[in-house]
Design a protein around this ligand. Structure first.
Ligand code: NPG
Length: 376
């Protein structure tokens, strides 16, 4: 049982080493909400941390950072307060206590992660041990944003391949698809390569998208809109490149539908997007039972969540490299000890909990606002 005293919500704005352009935005800094839970577990005082994946603007999903802070304070924390008054709060029951609130999965995920971090730190248990991870390192993939020109793209990809990244994911959008992918494939005939459209196409583009089949891609990720699971199934039948869903899979239930419809040969599991690490495990288990491959997606995580993603990706069903790059891919200064890639891999952390205690100076440097909410 966990007893939360207070929760500090901090909105942080962390500069990126270079702009990251996708079909939905160009980010020059990562805005996120860091959740700090000050609690007692079996009489011991402990602090847990979670990171909310919501961006500054609702352009990837409906959630956004300021909204996540608001819903957490106004609707999520009062429910956890009620649960702990009944003596019924554990990390494993956070999801059930928050179920009455519709959506807001990224806000819920961050809170569950912080409670789980506190609980595991109190127990002295690493997240990998808690999950039953079967590997001590995971292959690291890199996500390459849309560039200004093909030569610029080739430079960036060359640098990441030289750093040892095990697979490259190229962001695509209408007007930036066949030719950039062809150029990278010609320059790197053997590199494991995949593309991500972030819902930028419609089924009308099927003939164009089929041309990607020529480039021996591991998968094409989320070409169509979030709601278009059936249309993804139709497109999957028209292409030989395996279909992977990201935005469309928001829960184990939607993963089950996507698999049953033939819309997803592969699933990108992002803990934030699906409401947390525990739902991520349920999707992993479901996909594994169906023979559907999964990999761990990324949302420019800081050290508060990067290691936890690596631990998740060390489960046996994660058979493809994840978007789990080194901290230096995005940040000059991370919030914790930076994650480095070694021999193309990220080590699965062995420290207790989901993350290290973040650096206090870094929190001050990046904070743009905060709120403290008392529960006890
Ligand atoms: O390595 O963390 C990473 C970035 C991987 O491309 C990546 N993430 O669409 O998958 C995505 C994209 C993203 C980033 C989505 C931030 C939403 C927010």
């Amino acid at each position: 049982m966990i007893q939360i005293d207070h929760v500090t919500l901090r909105e942080l704005r962390i500069p990126l080493v270079s702009p990251f352009t996708t079909s939905f935005s160009t980010q020059t800094a990562r805005t996120l909400v860091a959740v700090e839970v000050a609690a007692r577990v079996n009489g011991a005082e402990v602090t847990g941390w979670g990171e909310c994946g919501a961006l500054a603007e609702p352009v990837y999903s409906e959630e956004y950072a300021a909204g996540a802070m608001d819903v957490t304070e106004r609707f999520l924390l009062p429910r956890l307060a009620a649960a702990q008054r009944d003596g019924a709060l554990t990390a494993e029951t956070v999801g059930a206590h928050l179920e009455a609130v519709v959506g807001h999965r990224m806000a819920k995920a961050a809170l569950e992660a912080a409670v789980l971090d506190a609980q595991l730190k109190a127990a002295g248990t690493s997240f990998a041990t808690y999950l039953g991870a079967t590997r001590d390192r995971v292959p690291s993939g890199v996500s390459v944003g849309i560039q200004d020109s093909i030569p610029a793209l080739l430079d960036v990809v060359r640098r990441y391949v030289d750093e040892g990244y095990q697979r490259v994911k190229l962001k695509i959008q209408p007007g930036w698809d066949i030719e950039p992918v062809r150029a990278v494939r010609e320059a790197h005939p053997d590199v494991p390569l995949q593309v991500d459209a972030n819902a930028a196409y419609t089924l009308v583009d099927a003939a164009l998208l089929r041309r990607l089949d020529a480039f021996d891609l591991l998968l094409i990720e989320q070409p169509l809109a979030e709601d278009d699971i059936r249309q993804h199934a139709e497109l999957a039948r028209l292409m030989s490149t395996p279909m992977c869903l990201d935005e469309s899979v928001v829960s184990a239930a939607s993963a089950a539908d996507a698999i049953a419809l033939g819309a997803a040969a592969v699933i990108n599991i992002k803990p934030s997007r699906v409401g947390g690490y525990l739902e991520s495990v349920r999707i992993h288990d479901l996909a594994r039972a169906h023979g559907t491959a999964v990999w761990c997606g990324g949302m420019l995580e800081t050290g508060l969540a990067r290691g936890a993603n690596a631990a998740l990706a060390a489960l046996p069903g994660f058979t493809l490299p994840g978007d789990i790059s080194g901290s230096a891919r995005f940040y000059e200064r991370d919030l914790t000890t930076p994650f480095a890639i070694e021999d193309g891999h990220i080590a699965v952390p062995t420290f207790p909990g989901l993350c290290e205690q973040p650096n206090a100076d870094a929190l001050v440097e990046f904070e743009v606002g905060s709120r403290v909410v008392r529960l006890a």
